[in-house]
Design a protein around this ligand. Sequence first.
Ligand code: IMP
Ligand code: MG
Length: 183
Amino acid sequence: MDAADVEADLVNILYTEDEIRAKLGELAATIEADYAGKDILIVGILRGAVMVMADLARAFHRHVEMDWMAVSSYGSGTKSSGVVRILKDLDTDITNRHVIVVDEIIDTGLTLSWLVSNLASRNPASLEICTLLRKPEALSMDVDVKYVGWDIPNEFVVGYGLDYQERYRNLRDIGTLAPHVYS
Ligand code: IMP
Ligand code: MG
């Protein structure tokens, strides 16, 4: 789906498909340099990180392994509470592995900070986070996010895996959702 297909639902286009691809290329190059000589396992958080995983993985000029987790976070309304349940765990034993958790957006960071402590207890060789987008609130979280595509304002965005009520995930670009859609 192109932004033109849902033009009336978007306030703006924040990042185009081309800008996203270029940014993921930069992130992959940085990660490649940081992990020279080491095997990498990237772990995508379903379902939002599907597009990021697909394009980030293909931007590497080296081998990376891919695995997936699905978690549900309980919260009141639209805010997550940090109480998390694993719906699908890794298929991979991450003991002594170099693990990079890949997410599409970090808002409060509550889900991810729970996930990182869960994964850290499995004794990986290293554990880092890569996110395409980060909202301001995440800056106050106690978990270090090593790889960030863009810091964005505190607005609700959709596209490129990001949904509003399961829609817009298949939009090629990332845009700010117009308030009339959710009010
Ligand atoms: P948190 O970091 O624990 O608050 O939760 C982050 C999750 O909330 C993300 O993985 C998204 O599923 C969802 N989320 C947060 N902000 C947005 C947004 O602007 N658009 C779509 N989903 C969002
Ligand atoms: Mg989501």
